[in-house]
Write a protein that binds this ligand. Structure first.
Ligand SMILES: [Zn+2]
Length: 135
């Protein structure tokens, strides 16, 4: 019965440790196993602690965050390189397209891990029914 369940506290799933595990692409609950089965597919349950991760709804959040960070860092850098050294445009494009692609591929799973961890920690979506409550 819901009325007899102990109240959920903010402390049983601390946000910062969960976010750090997510940034390392690890399970937000135990940190012992990879969160992903492949590059971006989240395991339905953690291979180590069996935490149910199927409730994640990261959607477009990781992609938006990745674009925000990569464009906010690389675009000003590209413009300053362009005005300072006036390099060959083909070289400038080749270097910054590679940097943009590489940084995006590096950040995307880390941001997805972080967002899934926030959802797990704050009991968003279906995560509210996991472990904290008995039915
Ligand atoms: Zn785990």
């Amino acid at each position: 019965m819901h009325g007899l369940d102990p109240p959920l506290t903010e402390d049983d799933r601390p946000l910062i440790p969960a976010m750090l595990r997510g940034l390392r692409c690890q399970c937000p609950a135990c940190g012992q196993a990879r969160m992903f089965d492949g590059y971006l597919k989240v395991h339905d349950t953690c291979p180590s602690c069996s935490e149910d991760l199927s409730h994640q709804r990261a959607d477009d959040g990781p992609a938006w965050l990745t674009m925000f960070v990569t464009l906010k860092t690389l675009l000003p850098l590209m413009v300053s390189v362009m005005f300072r050294w006036d390099p060959n445009p083909v070289l400038l494009f080749a270097v910054f397209a590679s940097l943009l692609t590489g940084l995006s591929l590096f950040l995307l799973p880390r941001f997805k891990g972080m967002i899934v961890s926030i959802q797990w920690s704050r009991r968003m979506h279906g995560f509210e029914d996991e472990n904290g409550r008995q039915h």
